[in-house]
Design a protein around this ligand. Structure first.
Ligand code: GDP
Ligand code: MN
Length: 428
């Protein structure tokens, strides 16, 4: 059970298995707020000279049908637009199987789109409930003779960008990394020198592009790297990075993640942010620079840092409780944010207790304590509150809490805090 809960937190924190180390461990990155749909990423790719199929986007079945006619293609590929991957093997709650369909009949595009738009698509990467589809991509289908995998990642271990590729694309790449790690190839790129021709050519060769296709693939890889830098991406993933029988290298799918710190110089891209799949509380939290993750238990968790969030999750689980949500304060927090954070946490009707678990490094515990007492008074807190603070300015913080006269349960450490929070819920 602990594993599955941590799993949920992990997914929500945007995790990718460590393809690079080949180890099974996961790499936790702080959650990225900007998400673009495939059609938006492909538009960026096309703008940078990367080869993608001709496409239209539709949000009604009749528009999808019209788009299919306008494309005048021998075959059409219709793709549900959701942020999660694994759409090809996904299932809709309309009963339709597959979020990616090929057909030669524009009428069929209309009937398929009707079973996609407005329905929820569940894939390996979504929650069990799936994600509602608002848009579909209607593209010219191309035959694929070979599917490879290509990604460019900003990697901490390499202190810079790294190309990751495999001749075994199209499939679940984590599985390839796990079962046949020898089929994963890497090229570390020097951010100052840029990608070398020899690196792009070697990757193209490792991906199995031979003869003139090798040069074409290398050229596409260099253009993708150029895009990666220009848009301040942290990850550009193309799966499949494919080959057609006519000898063309094409990016059949696209996923781009962006560096939030670059928002100031990537205004046009950040303006495209698709928040339709984001939980409204998550969006509101983001507007105060807070990170919120909803779960299904009854203990609200107020923490700082993804690592502490997971530790808190596991220890609550260990003591027989279930988290209702997580609110990650991050560092450099202000009193007003603490107040907003409390407001968000308590707005969730499932919440029957609140556990504050703050390890003050950059965070000043006294600021947190002041924010908490202010919020408790003004919001008229009605559920038990267990607080564990540690680190910077903790003595002053404890004094603020104990002198507040509020019914706050102090905890000595994480274990103690979890036990007390779980007990307070069980008592009810
Ligand atoms: P994902 O399942 O969410 O990763 O969606 P993809 O865009 O990768 O599509 C899933 C699969 O559909 C791909 O791996 C391809 O095998 C197939 N596919 C996608 N586009 C085309 C196309 O234009 N032609 C053909 N023949 N297959 C396609
Ligand atoms: Mn794909």
């Amino acid at each position: 059970m602990a594993a599955s809960m941590s799993g949920q937190v992990l997914r929500n924190l945007s995790v990718r298995s460590s393809l690079l180390s080949g180890k099974q461990g996961v790499q936790v990155t702080s959650r990225r707020w900007l998400n673009l749909q495939e059609y938006q990423s492909k538009k960026l790719m096309a703008d940078h000279g990367v080869t993608v199929q001709r496409f239209f986007v539709a949000d009604t079945a009749s528009d999808a049908f019209e788009a299919a006619k306008k494309l005048k293609a021998r075959e059409i590929v219709l793709k549900a637009q959701i942020l999660a991957g694994g759409r090809g093997k996904g299932v809709f709650d309309s009963g339709l199987k597959g979020g990616v369909h090929l057909t030669t009949d524009p009428n069929k595009v209309g009937t398929l789109a009707k079973q996609m738009i407005g329905y929820k698509l569940t894939t390996k990467q979504t929650s069990k409930d799936g994600v509602k589809v608002n848009k579909v991509m209607v593209a010219e289908a191309l035959d694929i003779s070979r599917e490879t995998y290509l990604a460019i990642l900003m990697d901490r271990a390499c202190n810079g960008p790294v190309l990751v590729g495999s001749p075994q694309g199209g499939v679940d790449i984590e599985e390839v990394a796990e079962k046949t790690p020898e089929l994963i190839f890497k090229e570390e790129i020097d951010i100052f020198d840029g990608i070398k021709d020899s690196q792009a050519l070697r990757m193209a060769d490792n991906l199995g592009f031979k003869g003139p296709l090798q040069n074409q693939a290398a050229d596409q890889i260099k253009r993708l790297y150029d895009l990666f830098l220009k848009v301040d991406a942290t990850q550009v993933e193309v799966n499949p990075f494919g080959e057609t029988p006519q000898g063309q290298v094409v990016c059949f799918d696209a996923k781009i993640n962006f560096d939030d710190n670059a928002e100031f110089r990537q205004k046009a891209i950040f303006a495209m942010d698709d928040t339709s799949e984001t939980d409204p509380i998550e969006s509101e939290a983001a507007s105060y620079d807070l990170k919120y993750i909803g779960m299904d238990g009854n203990i609200a968790c107020f923490v700082n840092g993804a690592g502490l969030a997971m530790a808190t999750c596991d220890i609550i689980d260990l003591h027989g409780g279930k988290p209702a949500n997580f609110l990650d304060l991050g560092g450099g927090v202000k009193e007003a944010q603490v107040y907003q954070a409390f407001k968000l946490l308590t707005a969730d009707p499932k919440v029957e207790a609140i556990l504050v678990n703050i390890f003050g490094g950059i965070v000043n515990c006294a600021i947190v304590a002041n924010g908490i007492t202010k919020a408790c008074r003004e919001l008229g807190l009605k559920v038990p509150l267990v607080v564990r603070l540690e680190g910077t300015n903790v003595h002053e913080a404890k004094k603020i809490l104990s002198e507040s006269g509020l019914p706050i349960t102090a905890a000595n450490d994480l274990e103690d805090a979890a036990r007390k929070a779980v007990a307070s819920v069980a008592k009810k």
